[in-house]
Write a protein that binds this ligand. Structure first.
Ligand code: SF4
Length: 292
């Protein structure tokens, strides 16, 4: 932990950045990622829509601008998009960039032509996670491959995009798998590495997955390892608060967290609202906690 902290302060100081996530397209994905409520095999009851309203998207972007948040993250379910859908998204990005917010898009696989359209519109960063190791990947998804993901990231990097890429811990992978994934991320060297800890969602293939191994100490070891192996990247903690124990969760984040932190208060966990715990201070100590 001390080594991780030394690297964190060397490359990142003590800064914590906060990001806001807008789900632009939700559900109806053609893929079968085992952890995902939006997958074609998921029975999870989620809201499904193809295009979030301009009011919501631009309202969120205004909030990012007004609160001086580090980034506006935009998530779209699915892996394939028509050129018309990409043109539509590019128009919306152009509109948001009038505020000069930093924008990151999680958008599956793109053709080079589509990636260029988004680049020309001003998109700064693309999120495309490795999710796990190459050898474990077929256990969590069979509709696309790990190498497709790696190749997509390389194509995006060649066009000059910043990359956000990380993984999910707690899906049944071995410790060696986590190291293998981090080795590949080290080679990719993304600007940002989100480390997710599995929240088993009812209705998904991993609904009954035992996550008792995800103790705060274990999570902290994974985060420290990420800092040690990818030392110059932001380490992002993305975690869903309703799975967290109030006293012992890892850093959860979000605007309300920061506000609560300033007041040195604890906030009870509830859906969609991030919580602050004593542990988040420790997590903040090892990485730039870019939180959504
Ligand atoms: S490709 Fe994305 S949206 Fe589709 S199932 Fe996998 S994680 Fe979910």
């Amino acid at each position: 932990m001390e080594c991780a902290y030394a690297l964190r302060t060397k490359y990142k100081g003590k800064k914590v950045s906060v990001q806001l996530l807008t789900n632009v397209r939700s559900g109806n994905c053609t893929q079968n990622c085992a952890y995902c409520a939006q997958s074609k095999d998921s029975q999870a009851e989620i809201e499904k829509y193809k295009r979030v309203s301009d009011e919501k998207l631009y309202g969120d972007n205004d909030l990012v601008d007004e609160k001086h948040l580090a980034r506006h993250c935009i998530g779209l379910s699915g892996i394939g998009f028509s050129d018309e859908e990409i043109e539509d998204l590019a128009d919306r990005i152009r509109e948001m960039k009038k505020k000069d917010t930093q924008i990151c898009c999680s958008i599956g696989f793109l053709t080079e032509k589509q990636a260029r359209i988004l680049k020309d519109a001003g998109l700064d960063r693309i999120n495309h996670n490795l999710n796990s190791s190459r050898s474990f990947y077929p256990e969590i998804c069979t509709t696309h491959t790990y190498d497709q993901r790696v190749n997509n990231i390389k194509m995006l990097q060649s066009l000059g995009f910043e990359i956000c890429s990380g993984g999910i811990v707690g899906m049944g992978e071995s410790k060696e798998d986590i190291v293998d994934m981090l080795m590949d991320l080290r080679e990719i060297n993304p600007e940002s590495v989100p480390i997710n800890f599995l929240l088993p969602i009812p209705g998904t293939k991993l609904a009954d997955r035992d996550i008792s191994e995800l103790t705060p100490d274990y999570c902290m070891k994974v985060l420290c390892l990420a800092r040690l192996m990818v030392p110059k990247s932001d380490i992002c903690l993305l975690y869903t608060s309703d799975a967290a124990d109030e006293e012992d969760s890892v850093d959860l984040g979000g605007l309300r967290v920061i506000e609560k932190k300033k007041k040195k208060k604890k906030k009870k966990v509830c859906n969609g609202v991030w919580t602050i715990t004593h542990a988040d201070t420790r997590a903040g100590a090892i990485g730039t906690a870019a939180v959504t």
